[in-house]
Design a protein. Structure first.
Length: 301
C-alpha cells in the first residue's frame, strides 16, 4: 500500500513537472500565481524541481487583498527569501484607490471578488501570456471543467464550453494577441495527494494549517477568524476555539474547522475521513450555486 501511494505521487509529480516545463517552453512571459496556500506552495516546490539547479525562470505573483492572514504574508516573504524567487505583489487596495474596484459594504463584505480586477490589471501590466495556478479539479465543480492549459480571451474571460482537447497530453498554447492561458499543473491531484506529497517532500507550510487556539466568529456555521476586517452582527460574539484551516484565503471569507490535528500525520488521518470538501468552509463559495464558475468566467484564479 505504501509503495502504491509512493508510485502514485511520483506519477502526479512527473505529470506536473511536464506541464510546468511545457508552459515555460511555449509561453514568453509566464508567472506563477502564489496565494500562500498549500497548493501554491506545492506548485512552487515543483517549479523549483522542474528547473533545478537553476532558479525558477519566471516570477511568482501574489494578489494581496489587504485582508490576508498575517501568517500568510510572513510565510510568503520568508519563502521568497529562502528560494531566491522573484515575488511580485499587486494590491487590491491600489485598485480601490484608483477607482478600478469598489469596496463592498455590510457584514458580509469581502475583498475576495475584487481580486479579479487586480489580477487582470496585473496580467496586462506585466504582459503575462500564461498564469500558472494551484487549482485542482476535485476542489469545486467549476474547477473540474478546467484543462491543463485553460484559454482566456482578450478580456480575461473563460468559456467552459469552448475548450481545447488535450489528447495524449498534447497541450495547445496557441493564442491571439491579447489572450492568455491559465495553466493548472495540479489538476489531477486531490487534497489527500497534496498532503501526502507535503509529508513525503517535507515541505514547509504555514502554521494556520495546524491546530491552534484562535478567536472565532460562528457565522451561520462558517467559523471565521475574528479580525478588524470583519464587521460583526449584533448577535455575534468572538469565542476562543481550537481550529485549523483547510484552505487559506481572505480572512473575511475563509472558514476554519474544529480540529486537534497538530501534525501532518494527524491532518492526513483527518482528511481521509472527512465528508466535506475543503472549499466547503469558504463563505465566498456560498453566495450562489454558481459562485465559483461566475468568478472564473469573469477572470478569477
Amino acid at each position: 500500500m505504501i509503495l502504491y501511494h509512493l508510485n502514485h505521487l511520483r506519477e502526479l509529480e512527473a505529470e506536473a513537472l511536464y506541464v510546468i516545463r511545457e508552459a515555460a517552453s511555449q509561453f514568453e512571459r509566464p508567472v506563477l500565481l502564489f496565494s500562500g496556500g498549500k497548493d501554491s506552495i506545492v506548485l512552487t516546490h515543483l517549479a523549483r524541481k522542474a528547473f533545478h539547479p537553476a532558479r525558477i525562470p519566471f516570477p511568482l505573483l501574489h494578489i494581496d487583498t489587504g485582508h490576508n492572514f498575517p501568517e500568510t504574508i510572513a510565510f510568503r516573504d520568508r519563502l521568497a527569501e529562502k528560494t531566491g524567487a522573484t515575488m511580485l505583489v499587486r494590491y487590491v487596495q491600489d485598485s480601490i484607490d484608483q477607482g478600478r474596484a469598489k469596496e463592498e459594504k455590510g457584514v458580509n463584505a469581502s475583498r475576495n471578488l475584487l481580486q479579479t480586477v487586480t489580477l487582470l490589471d496585473a496580467l496586462e501590466e506585466l504582459k503575462v501570456d500564461a498564469a500558472m495556478g494551484g487549482a485542482r479539479r476535485d476542489e469545486e465543480k467549476a474547477r473540474a471543467k478546467e484543462r491543463f492549459f485553460s484559454h482566456r480571451d482578450e478580456f480575461g474571460q473563460w468559456d467552459p464550453k469552448n475548450q481545447r482537447p488535450e489528447l495524449w497530453m498534447l497541450l495547445n498554447g496557441r493564442k491571439n494577441m491579447g489572450e492568455h492561458f491559465r495553466v493548472f499543473p495540479l489538476s489531477n491531484w486531490t487534497e489527500m495527494d497534496i498532503w501526502m506529497y507535503i509529508a513525503l517532500e517535507k515541505i514547509e507550510i504555514p502554521e494556520l494549517y495546524f491546530s491552534h487556539r484562535r478567536m472565532i466568529i460562528n457565522r451561520s456555521g462558517t467559523l471565521l477568524a475574528a479580525s478588524d476586517y470583519l464587521t460583526l452582527k449584533e448577535d455575534e460574539k468572538p469565542e476562543e476555539m481550537t481550529v485549523r484551516f483547510r484552505t487559506i484565503g481572505d480572512m473575511t471569507c475563509t472558514g476554519a474547522v474544529p480540529s486537534p490535528a497538530s501534525s501532518l500525520e494527524e491532518i492526513i488521518d483527518e482528511v481521509s475521513t472527512s465528508t466535506t470538501t475543503e472549499r466547503g468552509t469558504r463563505a465566498d463559495d456560498k453566495r450562489s450555486e454558481t459562485a465559483m464558475e461566475d468568478r472564473k468566467k469573469a477572470g478569477y484564479f
